[in-house]
Design a protein around this ligand. Structure first.
Ligand code: GAL
Length: 492
């Protein structure tokens, strides 16, 4: 073990690549599905098995969503030896059999508990039962643990208290010898973005998301998670609230450990198509885990064509693992019905020296948004000193090749035997055959989007952006043809 750690450390120095925890998981943000946002406590064996089948038949597994995560409300107290019992009314075959079925579909199985005496929905929690519960999860064949924060019996209030409480489960999981992705759900409390990466593959940085783009809500009164006055992370946090909260520490995400912006709301009905596109694009570009939060049994064609966009998923799964950063925030644009009028520009580096740019219009009216190369490459040198400022760039729109809804509907309606041909005709991106890393190396056209223009040296990117919407682009340097050595690439 010491030798492995030492090797990883030397490799990190050599490649300049940050490393997170050394369990080998989540080298890119995890992808999958979780029941909570759409279904809450309404969980069952059939839900998990039907969802697993749908993940396969809709092509979503192959595009990358491979974890099926069961949230709260699955247990039925502890037995006389102190082990959690699964609720046999909800899961008649037992968890182990459910895990087997999920694995047979080529998927991985996630479960939930809380670092408290109870879970948030008041089922038995794992605090002080960590060794037992980790053993149960390992015996059942669990691959992922989401670990919540309710009823922690006052063991919080400093980073050290929270860190120690969460580390007990991390050690217990490792003690089982079964690799499990460890996903902290402590809502950003006690600055989890400063210590999460030492013991976990992801850490929530906000109270719970809800299905609204900009609506402020008293239940999510924290607007700055790093403020000591943020005592109640809350439960009604809009997409914009979460984006604004993570902005000061986007750089804490790294291969192996990610800022978790919470599960997706795409498909749950509270936002427009443009808002869902923006929500999904930001979660990808900010390197959040991408866990779908809709009921896949009733997946609509329009949701499928958002969730399956390989050009956007390739941003999430970029091997460099660097989040976009905000380079401009204007707060005085035309107000929407909640009094919100924000325009933002975000930019970040990608594999091979490409750059992703998002122009966000979270205001009440359509707007023309412009960003100069000087701004876009601010992080490579301020005031126009970045070499990229003097290059010509091709601009690729990452949503221009979005799948036609009629084709998505055909896939959703198809019989199993017709699916292979449909996926072939749709030129479906199958990441189980060609990983995103390999696809990017080969410049696979499906990951690049559609060329819509160029930017001359010293020039700007300008677009008309509809209200409550965004435009998202991949920029490619013409001269360098993607060969720039921005970061060491030995690993790639
Ligand atoms: C919350 C958590 C949610 C969900 C819920 C279950 O604390 O943030 O994502 O897991 O508990 O009760």
């Amino acid at each position: 073990m010491a030798a492995t750690l030492h090797f990883a450390f030397v490799l990190a120095l050599f490649t300049g690549q940050a490393i997170g925890v050394n369990n080998g998981l989540a080298r890119t943000p995890q992808m999958g599905w979780n029941n909570w946002n759409a279904l809450g406590c309404d969980v069952s064996e059939s839900l998990l098995l039907d969802t697993s089948k749908k993940l396969v038949d809709s092509g979503l597994r192959d595009v990358g969503y491979n974890y099926v995560v069961l949230d709260d409300c699955w247990s039925d107290g502890r037995d006389e030896n102190g082990f959690l019992k699964d609720d046999l009314k909800k899961f008649p075959s037992g968890m182990s059999a459910v895990a087997d079925e999920i694995h047979k579909e080529g998927l991985l199985f996630g479960m939930y508990s809380s670092a408290g005496e109870m879970t948030c929905a008041r089922y038995a929690g794992s605090l002080d039962w960590e060794a037992n519960d980790a053993k149960s999860f390992a015996n059942w064949g669990v691959d992922y643990l989401k670990y919540d924060n309710c009823y922690h019996m006052g063991r919080f209030g400093t980073p050290k208290l929270s860190f120690d409480r969460y580390k007990v489960m991390w050690d217990a999981i490792n003690g089982t010898g079964r690799p499990m992705l460890y996903s902290l759900c402590n809502w950003g409390e006690d600055y989890s973005h400063t210590w999460g990466m030492s013991i976990a593959n992801s850490w929530r940085m906000s109270g719970d998301i809800y299905d609204s783009f900009t609506r402020p809500d008293d239940l999510c009164s924290c607007t700055d998670a790093s403020s000591p006055f943020c005592v109640a992370p809350g439960s009604h946090c809009s997409v914009l609230n979460i984006i604004n909260k993570v902005a000061p520490y986007v750089d804490r995400g790294q291969p192996g450990g990610w800022n978790d912006l919470d599960m997706l709301e795409v498909g749950n009905g509270g936002m427009t198509d443009e808002e869902y596109k923006a929500h999904f694009s930001f979660w990808a570009a900010l390197k959040s885990p991408l866990l779908m939060g809709n009921d896949l049994r009733t997946l609509s064609a329009s949701s499928l064509t958002i969730l399956n966009n390989p050009a956007v998923i390739a941003i999430s799964q970029d091997p460099d693992g660097r989040s976009v950063a905000r380079i401009r925030r204007e707060m005085n644009a035309a107000k929407d019905k909640y009094g919100v009028g924000e325009i933002q520009v975000w930019s970040g580096s990608l594999y091979g020296g490409d750059q992703v740019v998002i122009l966000l219009n979270a205001a009440g009216e359509d707007a023309r948004i412009s960003a100069s190369l000087e701004e876009i490459f601010l992080h490579d040198g301020p005031e126009g000193s970045a070499p990229q400022n003097n290059e010509e760039w091709e601009v690729y729109d990452l949503w221009a090749n979005r799948m036609e809804e009629s084709l998505a509907q055909k896939i959703l309606d198809a019989k199993a035997e017709d699916l292979p041909k449909l996926f072939k005709d749709a030129n479906w991106y199958n990441s189980t055959e060609l990983s995103y890393k390999e696809g990017l190396k080969k410049k696979d056209a499906r990951l690049m989007g559609k060329k819509v223009g160029t930017i001359k040296p010293g020039g700007s990117l300008t677009a008309k952006v509809k209200r409550h919407s965004m435009e998202m682009y991949r920029l490619k340097s013409v001269g360098l043809g993607g060969k720039r050595k921005v970061h060491a690439k030995e690993e790639l």
